[in-house]
Design a protein around this ligand. Sequence first.
Ligand code: ZN
Ligand code: FE
Length: 256
Amino acid sequence: MSKLEIHQIPVLNDNYLYLFKDPDSGLVGIVDPAVAGPVLDKLDELGWKLTHIINTHHHMDHTGANLELKEKTGCTIVGAKKDAARIPGMDIGVEDGDIFEFGRQKAQVFEVPGHTVGHIAYWFEESDALFCGDTLFALGCGRLFEGTPAQMWNSLGKFRKLPDRTKVYCAHEYTEANARFAVSVDPENKALQSRFAQIRKLREKHLPTVPSTLGEEKATNPFMRADDPGLQAELELTGADPVEVFAETRRRKDNF
Ligand code: ZN
Ligand code: FE
């Protein structure tokens, strides 16, 4: 089986859209279309025909072009069953543990509440691709607009179980600011220090730092490391419940 062919489209200030094709079936999906123009341009350039929109959550910078793209291409819109009322034009609702079949590709669906209560993620295992929206970012995680720290820590725990080689196709280029915060709470972390240096080099040249890998996130992202003794010591929370450590990390980031 072939792997998904994935193209990253930067839009607005710092959003990334992902246009992807299953080479075997010819099906084409877009993750979280904030805007339509750049998607239609890219489809033209590649000679692809859009068949699916895959939404992670209801925010406008993720669903803003749902209806326009559906009207122009006749595509099918997939989103969280639990959030059907807030996903414009949704046709297919999916929930935790579902396998969404996309041609010959299969995506496992995770419910990952925290940023919003209805947030979901899609893991295309054979392509090592995780489309995680605003749940996990390179060196960060989404703000808790609707969910609790316990929910978000549990959601990120679902990603911690996935293979290190998994690519993290998150929805925003927030990495450099996230890195500045990460080194403030985890200053002794050598892997984080070298990652920060790499990120600075990429951003000086205006290059994307996304996708990262889950292996990198597990080693350097403080929001994935609430049970790490070094981070706990830095926060003066040695031996505390990881939910408490996660909540304190999130609180500090919100005020950073
Ligand atoms: Zn969002
Ligand atoms: Fe967003």
